[in-house]
Design a protein around this ligand. Structure first.
Ligand code: AHG
Ligand code: MN
Ligand code: MN
Length: 358
């Protein structure tokens, strides 16, 4: 297969910007800063297994600095870099109870929600983990102003300056995202994102420190033969959910069943595999998860960004009562949501079972 070689992610983002003559370059700048954070986390993830051997475990490392847990490191890397990037007005992270303000004087027009390290139970066992992000334009984006300032080293920059953002700016529907994506730290590090014009995947060449376009215009296969679910939750599922999973395991050669099970336990990794090979991932509500009516995964920085990506790739994402994830009006920062996501045909079929129509 021919793959265009050598297109860096910055070049690709710049090309996207050129297609929008009115664009100010701020989203470009935001994504580029986020990519630097991702590369920093990627380097740290790759070193994680060496920590003990190199004597970096325990309270301090060989430079006498305190060693942070990898999820804390990822959280701090993103929050510190993005707080002064000049393009955001407020952030929220899975690792923080409250909103994260940006540095005063650096308020921009976008908001950022992120899961700094998804799949954290897999950190210590060398299994793929990732970072998920979601970007919205703040509400009333026009109630700010443009300002020119001189940055040491960066010269004169023009940017939008406004007030700090609020919780309200973050509580917006997935449908209104301007960008969403994830970085997967796996056998190689990949960045997959959308700005509403298809889904594109980039692979990090660690020797150069650049992401190169490796998967242009990703489309998720319409129908699959894989399902991803934590079947250990079977006793806590609804009858409809149990019937659906039983159905996937029944033999029916013509319909391509039984399906094969694939479950990593890192949402990013399970989602990424399903995006490329086709598949359906389910984390429905159950009698065990906190806030029983809502499942385990979080709306703002897990379900919503992946839903944007999957729809852009031709797939679907719904709750277990058939509501499109992207149409949910968020009520709180860390709200959980049942998530059924993947190949279009499979999600249609799951919906029929879960809503009692099959
Ligand atoms: P996180 O590591 O960010 O807290 O997320 C863990 C999530 C998600 O990555 C994964 O799909 C899910 O937890 C797995 O949950 P179970 O262990 O209940 O299957
Ligand atoms: Mn997570
Ligand atoms: Mn996490």
């Amino acid at each position: 297969m021919h793959r265009p070689l050598g297109i860096t992610v910055s070049r690709h983002i710049m090309d996207l910007q050129r297609m929008h003559p009115g664009a100010t370059g701020e989203l470009t700048g935001l994504l580029n800063e986020l990519i630097v954070a991702a590369k920093t986390i990627s380097a740290e993830v790759n070193m994680a297994g060496l920590a003990d051997i190199l004597g970096m475990s325990g309270k301090t490392n060989i430079q006498g600095e305190e060693v942070q847990k990898l999820d804390e490191f990822a959280n701090n890397t993103i929050k510190r870099r993005m707080a002064r990037c000049g393009y955001l007005c407020v952030m929220t992270s899975e690792e923080e109870d409250d909103v994260l303000p940006v540095k005063e004087g650096y308020e921009g027009k976008y908001t950022l929600a992120f899961d700094p390290l998804d799949g954290s139970s897999n950190i210590d066992v060398n299994v793929s983990i990732g970072t998920i992000f979601s970007v919205h334009r703040r509400r009333n984006a026009k109630d700010g102003f443009f300002r020119r300032r001189t940055d040491p080293g960066a010269g004169v920059r023009t940017s939008y300056v406004g007030r700090q953002g609020t919780v309200d700016d973050l509580l917006q529907k997935g449908r209104d995202q301007v960008a969403a994506g994830y970085i997967i730290y796996g056998s190689s590090t990949m960045l997959v994102f959308t700005t509403g014009e298809g889904v594109h995947g980039f692979t990090l060449d660690p020797s150069v420190g650049e992401f190169y376009l490796s998967h242009p215009e990703i489309e998720i296969p319409e129908k699959s033969k894989y399902f991803s679910v934590n079947e250990g939750n079977y006793p806590y599922w609804s009858d409809n959910m149990r019937r659906y999973i039983e159905f996937l395991k029944q033999e029916d050669k013509e319909a391509g069943r039984p399906y094969s099970a694939r479950y990593i336990g890192s949402l990013v990794a399970d989602f990424h595999r399903n995006l490329i090979t086709g598949g359906i991932f389910l984390y429905p509500r159950d009698r065990k998860s906190p806030g029983k009516a809502s499942g385990k995964l979080r709306l703002l920085y897990e379900a919503s960004p992946l839903a944007f990506i999957v729809e852009q790739a031709g797939g679907r994402a719904i709750t277990d009562d058939g509501v499109a994830i992207l149409d949910i009006e968020p009520q709180s920062l860390h709200q959980r949501v049942p998530l059924i996501i993947g190949s279009r045909h499979d999600v249609d079929e799951a919906q029929a079972f879960l809503t009692g129509n099959r």
